[in-house]
Design a protein around this ligand. Structure first.
Ligand code: HEC
Length: 151
């Protein structure tokens, strides 16, 4: 019987000694220097955009001539392929949609407030792709200013 206990006690003594060694070793406590730097973009510090339909937003960009001109240029590059412009509706690509993408210059956009317009093309709407990742927040507000003036 005593023979069985001996190796067990020896094992326990070794484990206890091992634990003690680990406790003594050099280690860093949480929040203690030197701290490792986080991988790039692990913590967004420039702010991410959290956007959803129905969210209350106010346009931070006044509708100046410069803002509307910027919006017009952004519209020409990103929106005319489907929505066309005044002279060209429906546009070449847009003409393949059934039903056609709406004409954004016929005045019907006045039924939407600015936040809803911003959310529609930022998040995508029905068959329209989202532009949140393609256009900056500022560019999308310039677009709103342009669309409002082009009604
Ligand atoms: C790939 C084609 C395509 C592109 C590019 C596109 N749209 Fe659209 N858009 C559509 C279609 C199709 C609809 C209709 C969506 C539906 O009802 O399913 C639509 C709907 C809309 C609506 C809603 C209008 C309404 O009457 O309800 C707005 C606003 C709009 N688009 C703005 C834009 C803006 C601004 C851009 C450029 C940043 C843009 N779209 C680029 C295809 C496109």
């Amino acid at each position: 019987m005593r023979m069985i206990w001996r190796p067990l006690l020896l094992a326990l003594a070794l484990i206890a000694a091992g634990c003690d060694d680990m406790h003594q070793q050099v280690s860093f406590q949480p929040q203690e220097a030197p701290r490792l730097t986080a991988p790039a973009e692990a913590v967004p510090i420039s702010g991410t955009e959290r956007l959803e339909f129905g969210q209350k937003l106010s346009n931070p960009y006044p509708s100046t001539a410069q803002s509307r001109l910027l919006g017009q240029q952004i519209y020409a590059i990103n929106c005319t392929p489907c929505h066309g412009d005044q002279k060209d509706y429906p546009s070449k690509a847009g003409g393949h949609f059934e039903p056609l993408p709406p004409n954004l210059r016929d005045g019907h956009l006045s039924q939407y407030d600015e936040a809803t317009l911003f959310q529609m093309f930022s998040l995508g709407f029905g068959r329209m792709p989202p532009f949140q990742k393609r256009l900056s927040v500022a560019d999308r507000w310039h677009l709103v200013n342009y669309l409002r003036s082009a009604e």
